[in-house]
Design a protein around this ligand. Sequence first.
Ligand code: AMP
Length: 397
Amino acid sequence: MNILVINCGSSSLKYQLIDSNSEKVLAKGLCERIGIDGSLLTHTPAGKDKVKIETPMPNHTVAIQLVIDALTNAEHGVIESLDEIGAVGHRVVHGGEKFASSVVVTDEVIKAIEEVSDLAPLHNPANLIGISACQEIMPGVPMVAVFDTAFHQTMPEKAYLYGLPYEYYEKYKVRRYGFHGTSHDYVSDRAAQMLGKSRDDMKIIVCHLGNGGSVSAVDHGKCVDTSMGMTPLEGLIMGTRSGDMDPAICDFICQKEGLTPAQMNNVLNKKSGVLGMSGVSSDFRDIEAAEAEGNQRAKAALDAFYYRVAKYIGAYVAAMNGVDAIAFTAGVGENNAIGRAIICEYLGYLGTEIDAEKNNIRGEERVISKDGSKVALMCVPTNEELAIARQTLELVK
Ligand code: AMP
């Protein structure tokens, strides 16, 4: 069965068409500037040249129709007709406490996603628009919602409750949810497989280090803690997000700079992290290049980023009373060998040491610790789209 995986943002839409038998990507692409002038569809069919189609996309329904047209096009298409799409898997950012696993989309599911939308006001409404646009264009094709938060729903209360008046949890569901769940699930499972084990018998720490970053503790197959919180702002220092900090800083800076809480929130999400610290860029490659040229702020930002990752690993070793494997994934985790080495330098106390030669890879699955290491250090490329396709197939077959 071919499964269309959709990741819908407010003005963008990413897609992959995956053959669930071979697990091969038949085509992938991106619609940008939906609802804005200059809309662009970039469509990449497997084994053929990339096509760029500039055409108005006033809304997501038009964008989805263009995606279907591209997939079925005589020249750059990969299927003959819509009938060859067996199901659609949608990435949905926030499932609140309602969704601990993926679900087939029904009217009740849509209502429940709407009900938790105040927890992710920028993301969930866009995800819902993607679902309704697909339903309009592909009536009768089953749809599945795969939540970024679902994998973390196994966290115990002690890990998800904040030190706040309990009524905020009761009234507004203020608690830790965690994100990148599809990636933490996929990578922890894959890491165990690579070691010839089941993750049900292991303690694994997954470091998803991309533009957004999070660490999770996966104890015997279940997430027991993760660094992102009620929103993706908590935890690691990220590309543009601050991560953990003293909450009193918000009021202090609001008063000093005359900012509203919403403006402060914007600073913390969009202007902070390694971008704000270095003043160079949110892209780790740019910051590394600046550091190599002697830029001290770039160096300070990278040092703080790696140190924070190492601190979370230490915290999660404590949370699980041990660890068998530590897996690095996402843009920085998969590609930045120097970064992995710097983080792992902090981990000697675990009886593990990185193997410089094995670590000299980009985007490849590999154990990167020395032979005989007590804890396996690993590079495990994530594949959220494949994970969404697998979960979709599981629910519709
Ligand atoms: P992601 O959000 O997973 O797409 O990751 C994006 C981040 O990965 C960006 O900050 C990139 O700079 C970083 N990245 C990608 N390739 C490399 C690389 N070869 N070395 C260092 N960072 C990289």
